[in-house]
Design a binder for this molecule. Structure first.
Ligand code: FER
Length: 358
């Protein structure tokens, strides 16, 4: 099997929680490796099944580079931003439904004759479906980065879906409301959003019923920034059957309490481990790439939680000592809580995960 250089990435979101400073230093510790996913080009008509992702080593992210200016320019092979509509239960009256939409990045070379991995990427507090890619037909910085990485042959073409956990007419930006909404998002994701997206676009899901989505889980990733990272941990707990790869950017797990990764790290880590055990999946069935900056407001919570996860070596493998590596934590020296850093993290991580086979 070819080694695929690495990893994944994450997302962008918005988090208007705090100011976005702009420090600039680099260098990131990261641990090392496994996983190679599915970055193989699919054969038309012969979709791969939920194979176990191979544990070939994935290079460590030695340094989190700055985004070269050329990657922010328009590519000669631009993808497109399209809108996917779906319906989900109303947040106020469970007997009613609400209309929602998400955007989807469709790579330049997209065609129905091949299948594509999908990254679901969620914004932070105060954001919207528009945060990452703007609207239909627009060209945001994140889009141009993806276009250039793909056009340069550094990343496999993939689909990137950017929903929102808010109602479309959101007017409440309080953190407590966001906390409630993100806790509910896994159901909407699994039951409504993924089927809407993957019945319209050519992914590894042969069907969008639970069987089809489970069979294609190794081709599906979830990531998010800030409240989107909080959501990512919930998705790990609740949707392991549909997702293999998780990219929490600058946010901890709130399953026990708001910012519980910081205030109750052992209990939070134990809850994550219990969810893994209850899911029936094991340490070889997932990969988490957690990333943040040393000056990020979420750093203290996230790092406490990660340390607690390190004390659960039966389930969380920070390296290959206990078997396949399944979690890494990278910290950018000086990085703060802003989308500038989210883009930078994604620029560095995505080509690792979705690296074209050599
Ligand atoms: C944290 C996790 C998430 C945190 C903040 C957030 C300050 C997100 C805030 C937002 O998106 O508004 O631990 O600590």
């Amino acid at each position: 099997m070819k080694k695929i250089v690495l990893i994944l990435a994450a997302m962008m979101s918005v988090c208007l929680l705090s100011a976005c400073g702009n420090t600039d230093s680099a260098s990131a510790p990261a641990s090392s490796q496994p996983q190679s996913t599915a970055a193989e080009v699919a054969e038309p008509q012969t979709p791969e099944k939920a194979e176990t992702v191979s544990a070939d080593s994935i290079p460590a992210l030695d340094e989190i580079q700055e985004i070269p200016a050329a990657y922010l320019q328009e590519s000669s092979q631009p993808g497109t931003i399209e809108r996917v509509e779906y319906q989900t239960a109303s947040y106020t009256d469970p007997d009613e439904t609400q209309d929602k939409y998400a955007y989807i990045y469709v790579p330049y070379s997209y065609g129905e004759t091949r299948q594509y991995d999908v990254l679901y990427l969620l914004h932070g507090g105060g954001g919207s479906a528009e945060t990452c890619f703007g609207g239909e037909g627009q060209s945001s910085e994140l889009k141009r980065i993806l276009d250039n990485l793909i056009a340069n042959g550094e990343m496999e073409p993939l689909l990137v879906v950017t929903p929102t956990f808010y109602p479309m007419d959101n007017a409440d930006n309080t953190v407590s409301t966001a906390g409630e909404l993100v806790a509910r998002f896994p159901d909407e994701l699994a039951n409504d959003l993924i089927p809407a997206v993957e019945s319209q676009y050519s992914t590894y899901a042969e069907t969008t019923d639970p069987q089809g989505l489970t069979a294609s889980r190794s081709h599906r990733a979830f990531g998010g920034f800030s409240m989107g990272a909080v959501t990512t941990w919930y998705v790990f707990m609740e949707n392991l059957d549909y997702f293999h790869t998780f990219i929490p950017i600058s946010g901890d797990c709130w399953a026990i309490a708001m910012q519980g990764g910081g205030s109750q790290p052992e209990k939070t880590a134990g809850t994550l481990e219990q969810a893994l055990k209850d899911s029936g999946y094991g340490p070889e069935d997932f990969f988490i790439y957690a990333i943040t900056g040393s000056e990020d407001i979420a750093y203290p919570m996230m790092s406490s939680q990660i340390e607690a996860l390190q004390d659960l070596p039966d389930s969380f493998h920070f390296g290959t000592e206990n078997g396949v590596e399944n979690i890494r934590f990278a910290v950018l020296d000086g990085g703060v809580h802003s989308y500038d850093y989210v883009r930078r993290y994604l620029y560095n991580l995505m080509p690792l995960w979705w690296h074209p086979g050599i």
